[in-house]
Design a protein around this ligand. Structure first.
Ligand SMILES: [Zn+2]
Length: 172
């Protein structure tokens, strides 16, 4: 099945209109087998989603929310410009790196929640989002994300593309 057919099937099976993911932005959405730990990933060129993994492991609402969340990341990257984005995620200063990523995560969750509500008429449960505006959640997230600063620090566009390849295992 190609991505259009999979999305149609998801809509039919769930009663949620997944086709909205093609209408809320002009981003190219690619179905791919992704690294075991992730369901979606945004680059400055496209959004990758692992539909098979979503179907097997998480519920429909969360699947739709995650796709919208990744679209939000893409929108932000293209709006601010990729070089500014790269400056922040490769910044030598870990505080700049962490603050930037957390701000982007908060934005993506807010945007996805709002669009989910406007397009489906249902409220996406806030306790299923990352809630990084909460001090405790934020600190936990920072401890988890902190070590990856070493991976991104001082890297170039070329390195960025190489890092992406570790997460996108196989494009379907
Ligand atoms: Zn995110």
């Amino acid at each position: 099945m190609d991505i259009k057919e999979k999305i149609e099937k998801l809509s039919k099976d769930s009663g949620l209109d997944f086709s909205i993911i093609f209408n809320v932005s002009d981003v190219k959405i690619t179905d791919a087998k992704l690294h075991d730990t992730i369901y979606g990933l945004a680059s400055y060129k496209e959004v990758f989603i692992d539909i098979n993994k979503m179907v097997n492991r998480i519920d429909y609402e969360l699947s739709l929310f995650i796709i919208l969340h990744e679209i939000a990341h893409y929108k932000r990257i293209t709006k601010m410009g990729f070089s500014k984005y790269l400056d922040n995620i490769t910044n030598e200063d870990i505080i700049v790196f962490l603050d930037f990523i957390i701000q982007e995560e908060i934005f993506a969750d807010r945007w996805a929640s709002l669009v989910f509500y406007l397009k489906t008429g249902k409220e996406f449960p806030r306790n299923k989002t990352q809630r990084l505006d909460d001090k405790c959640n934020r600190e936990k997230y920072e401890r988890r994300l902190g070590p990856s600063h070493e991976v991104y620090k001082g890297k170039t566009v070329y390195d960025y593309e190489e890092i992406l390849k570790n997460y996108v295992i196989d494009v379907r």
